[in-house]
Design a protein around this ligand. Structure first.
Ligand code: RIB
Ligand code: CA
Length: 307
């Protein structure tokens, strides 16, 4: 069992990533932490608690983290996820409370006590992870890898240059990419290969006890992606970062130097990926460049069917 901590901003795709991780046999989910992103922190925290309550995983401690980015005002995405952050299906209220320690303290405590280094899977703005590294640099050697959903080799989805998670908190992302830790970046260039079209949504509907909820979440997600982006297959961004931990063979990666633009008004939040090594600078990230789409969806179906 691989020990992991997920840091989330549910969000429809975060919810699917949480359920996928909980269904996967090879992950030991030590904690879930929440960050403001798709919707404000109170809602992302409530949504994480709702999803874990729904699937019967109230054993997983949930701790709230940053209510805003390191230096900027919060920018949210209700246009994609709705006012609640999980619009669409009726999902019951949470049946347990968040841990009073808060995200950074909870993660730090787990890292100290774990018998082996822990993999972090952040799939929202990287504020909590940056705060953890600032406050507990001595725990960096307790982190096995960071498998993050964020950035893009190429097009952005929030500005022409910037992907949402990095756009919301570019300073946090810069500190994480500059941390020297092993990082796998699952950017839009690979998560857009995981679009859940009508066929995939139909297949998901029969994937285990909660397939119906997943399908309804994705029907809503598809409706907003259609309206905002003209897509009929909403990308399952965050589950790709989980899949990259469960089955690294599904994601082809390339070592690259990744820098985050934090100053330009035009391109702030861009992950500047040195694909050809033209800067001569040491790579700091394994950047996803290709996803085994069929393998990814089979893994997703299998994981959800186990819930
Ligand atoms: O750009 C996509 C990312 O932003 C996903 O993590 C989605 O949940 C939102 O947080
Ligand atoms: Ca997310």
């Amino acid at each position: 069992m691989k020990p992991v901590i997920l840091d989330v901003d549910p969000g429809h795709d975060d919810a699917v990533a949480l359920m996928m991780a909980c269904g996967a046999p090879d992950l030991d989910i030590l904690a879930v932490t929440t960050v403001a992103g798709n919707v404000p922190l109170e809602k992302t925290t409530r949504n994480a608690l709702r999803i874990l309550s729904l699937i019967g995983r109230t054993d997983v401690p949930v701790a709230a983290g940053a209510a805003s980015p390191l230096e900027r005002p919060l920018y949210t995405a209700e246009s994609i996820h709705g006012e609640s952050g999980l619009d669409g299906p009726e999902i019951p209220d949470p049946i347990f409370e968040p841990d009073e320690r808060g995200a950074v303290d909870l993660i730090a405590g787990i890292l100290r006590e774990s018998s082996e280094p822990v993999t972090l899977i952040p799939v929202g703005p990287l504020t909590n992870i940056a705060m953890l590294l600032r406050e507990h640099p001595e725990l960096k050697n307790r982190i096995a890898r960071i498998s993050l959903m964020g950035g893009s080799v190429g097009l952005g989805n929030t500005t022409p240059a910037a992907e949402f998670n990095v756009y919301v908190d570019p300073e946090a992302a810069r500190e994480v990419f500059d941390s020297g830790l092993p990082i796998t970046m699952c950017g839009l260039n690979v998560t857009h290969q995981a679009g859940a079209g009508p066929a995939e949504r139909d297949r998901l509907r029969s994937a285990g006890r909660f397939g119906g909820v997943v399908a309804e979440l994705l029907e809503f997600f598809a409706s907003t992606y259609q309206r905002v982006f003209g897509f009929d297959a909403p990308p399952l961004h965050d589950p790709v970062a989980v899949a990259a931990v469960l089955r690294p063979d599904l994601l082809t990666t390339r070592p690259m130097r990744v820098d985050v633009e934090c100053d330009s008004e035009l391109t702030c939040g861009e992950t500047v990926c040195d694909f050809y090594g033209v800067t001569g600078r040491q790579p700091n990230t394994r950047v996803g460049v290709e996803l085994d789409r069929d393998g990814f969806f089979e893994l997703l179906y299998e994981s959800l069917a186990r819930l």
